[in-house]
Design a protein around this ligand. Sequence first.
Ligand code: AMP
Ligand code: ZN
Length: 154
Amino acid sequence: MPMFVDTSPPGHCIFCKIVAGDIPAAKVYEDDLTVAFMDIGQVNPGHVLVASKRHAVTVINLTPEEAAAVMQTAQRVAAAAQRAFDPDGITLFQANGEAGGQTVFHFHMHVLPRHENDGVALAWPRKEPAVHLLQGYAQQLQQALQEQTAAPTV
Ligand code: AMP
Ligand code: ZN
């Protein structure tokens, strides 16, 4: 059941080109599995994207090692942003699929320094369903966890 269609083949997407150095980016940090660079949109100063070096579309397509490396890089960059920009807060944001808000279909996590009243807002309509519905959702996920293999679905 493919959830996310890869419209940009490996090596041809914009972030693959940044990884390869074929197009310019203001790089902040890189290691074997990840690269961090300034988001051209700069929602706030210090807004960084942490991308997998390998072309993977979503979080589901990362290997466990890549997923761990991405969070380690995001933590390092967040700590650096705290030191460099002294924000009031930091939001980590990561979108998967068009419906999830993803616009570049190569895995990346936003590290976004935040300030009081900076105008950043995520519409988050709470539903607060009955407890038996929560338990049902949990059971669906537990069953899915048992069924899935450890291998990523690249
Ligand atoms: P998302 O909507 O989560 O997929 O985020 C994609 C982000 O990539 C946006 O915030 C863009 O501003 C950013 N972006 C797109 N092209 C580039 C680029 N060439 N260099 C740096 N950031 C980019
Ligand atoms: Zn790519």
